[in-house]
Design a protein around this ligand. Structure first.
Ligand code: G3P
Length: 207
């Protein structure tokens, strides 16, 4: 299972990278704003800096919600660095844009996915990644892990190559459960990743 970090915070990205377990990064406009990164040029530069720290894929999200502007924005993002994955929302034009990019060899991540049907469309469009939001489903009393299991079953039935990227991870048990049900990737805040280190018996043994 690949470990991505879900942040635009450079210190957190560097810490995960230095731990030697990082396979990529996911970001979104809200995470950028949280770090005080605003304005087109600053955002593009920040993505470039992130790509220079990590070896793997870096998801960069479009803001447009119509096909034409998603393509324009996605192409600009993809031109920053060959590690950039264009992150698109799970709406009709997002699916169309994922298909367009899959035909042109640009990697995509279909985000804001909350159902197996949406994930099926993402795979049919040739998305590189599909991002079901585990925590946000749990927040509304829908079993997010079950949705990911259903997506796993559907993808395995047809050997779809789209990778299941479990997002909206809130704690260490989400990561362990995703590993048990065969998610291809988890994207998580640093706290949940380093939280996996903790066991009282390790500390006692060390003492
Ligand atoms: O990758 C998507 C993720 O950022 C959403 O997480 O915690 O806002 O539900 P959260």
């Amino acid at each position: 299972m690949k470990f991505f970090i879900d942040t635009a915070n450079i210190e957190h990205i560097e810490e995960a990278q230095n731990l030697g377990i990082l396979d990529g990064v996911t970001t979104n406009p809200s995470l950028m704003a949280k770090e005080g990164i605003t304005g087109r040029v600053n955002i593009l530069n920040h993505y470039k800096n992130i790509c220079e720290i990590v070896d793997g894929d870096v998801s960069a999200e479009v803001i447009a919600t119509d096909f034409k502007n998603m393509i324009k924005e996605g192409e600009e993002l993809a031109s920053i660095h060959n590690q950039i994955v264009v992150k698109l929302p799970m709406i009709k034009d997002g699916v169309k844009a994922a298909k367009y990019f899959s035909n042109t060899g640009i990697k995509t991540n279909l985000t804001l996915v909350f159902s197996p049907g949406q994930a099926l469309l993402a795979a049919k469009a040739g998305a590189t990644y599909v991002s079901p939001f585990l925590g946000r489903l749990d927040d509304i009393s829908i079993d997010g892990l079950n949705i990911i299991s259903e997506i796993r079953e559907i993808y395995d039935n047809y050997n779809f190559e789209t990778q299941i990227l479990a997002a909206s991870i809130r704690h260490t048990m989400h990561i362990i459960d995703c590993a048990k049900i065969g998610a291809d990737v988890i994207t998580s805040p640093l706290s949940s990743i380093v939280g996996l280190l903790n066991h009282p018996l390790t500390g006692i043994g060390l003492d």
